[in-house]
Ligand binder design. Structure first.
Ligand SMILES: [Zn+2]
Length: 172
């Protein structure tokens, strides 16, 4: 009797220990069991999240996430085909719409006549047209820009020529 009564408290202690661990195990097990089906999608997304880049559609302004390797996608908002590449223009380039989600650099020998929409724009050569740029625009000392600039910021280096209607920080 006395042995049983003294052995009873240790039993209670040993019983208390398995209970929380059992509870933890079941708590851990529940999400993983559900995770095999429902958490599957978030797991994949969380793995892809750091490698995805967010782009802004130059046509409708809609946001989308794309793989950095993607060259083009169709905007899920306006269904237009979006170019995601960065451009370096080193020769004469004249188009009606020069739209990309990437960055545009017009090199010294580059000459662009176009309506430009891009993430950023660096002008070291000659640009004529209307530029709607989501990020900063830089006109280097060798650069000439004629037309219209809409962007959040504009940096004009000494020696650069900017003969344009300029709208900085306003609505494009
Ligand atoms: Zn769009």
């Amino acid at each position: 009797m006395s042995v049983a009564s003294t052995s009873a408290p240790p039993r209670q202690v040993t019983l208390r220990i398995p209970l929380p661990t059992g509870a933890r195990r079941s708590a851990d097990a529940e999400p993983t069991q559900e995770g095999s089906e429902t958490v599957d999608v978030p797991t994949v997304v969380s793995k892809r999240m750091p490698t995805l880049k967010v782009i802004t559609c130059p046509y409708c302004g809609g946001l989308d996430q794309v793989s950095p390797k993607a060259m083009s996608i169709f905007c899920k908002h306006c269904r237009k085909r979006l170019i995601l590449e960065n451009y370096k223009i080193t020769s004469y380039y004249a188009v009606r719409e020069f739209f990309t989600c990437g960055d545009v650099v017009v090199e010294k020998k580059g000459q662009v006549v176009a309506s430009i929409r891009a993430a950023t724009l660096i002008v070291k050569g000659n640009v004529q047209g209307r530029a709607i740029i989501r990020g900063p625009v830089r006109v280097a000392k060798s650069g000439v820009f004629r037309g219209e600039i809409n962007s959040p910021s504009l940096h004009v280096e000494p020696g650069a020529v900017v003969d344009a209607l300029v709208n900085i920080g306003g609505n494009a």
